[in-house]
Design a protein around this ligand. Sequence first.
Ligand code: C5P
Length: 236
Amino acid sequence: MLPRPGNPIIAALDTSDLAVAQSWARVLTPHVGLLKLGLAFFTAHGPEGVRAVTRVPVFLDLKLHDIPNTVAGAVAAVLPLRAAMLTLHAAGGTAMIRAAREAAGAAGADRPKLLAVTVLTSLSPEALAETGVVDSPPEQVLRLARLALAAGADGLVCSPQEVALLRREFGAEPLLVVPGIRPQGSDAADQARTLTPQAAVAAGADWLVVGRPITGAADPASAAAAIAASLASGAA
Ligand code: C5P
């Protein structure tokens, strides 16, 4: 089992602009537990871009989904970055997740924690049904979570609404990393199913992924510090 974070905030640096990512990393590093770089940034700047943003291990949110051999190759290719966490899609199946875990194992104790994305929070029940899944989103989340954890994933990326369900089902061990976080009074934007940082932690989240409430603020460092303080004080 992994140590629980002292500061559970993950700042999502959602930009493909290297200078912007560097500036966010500089001001936010003292106020958050981890920085997250995603597909837009990585597609634009690759591993060198990650190194140019920070030398501290990051959360690499690549949401890998391909045949086992290809995903294993991608995992092996990013190991030199020593990412703290790496995402892949649970829908890739047991063999894909096992292959990813095996490839990650080459880094020994320093390997990235593998987080499985179950059902994207952007998918409504109707959109999920369009893909051929007739079960409700929570049923499908549970099915994919079971598969992913049995195949060797260290944790799950889930919406705030699924945290309590997954904790009930799987206990304290799996890492639960939760986007869709909105401090009281902040703009939900395109996130439909949100919780406050405090409520998400109370439900059992280990890490909170926060993007625009921090990066869209006039003073991102103060916004991050305020969320951290609200968690430390128990305020909502
Ligand atoms: O700006 P906001 O706080 O909505 O950003 C949320 C972050 O979490 C984004 O980087 C997004 O890619 C990520 N994410 C998400 N929903 C998921 C998985 C990841 O919003 N299911």
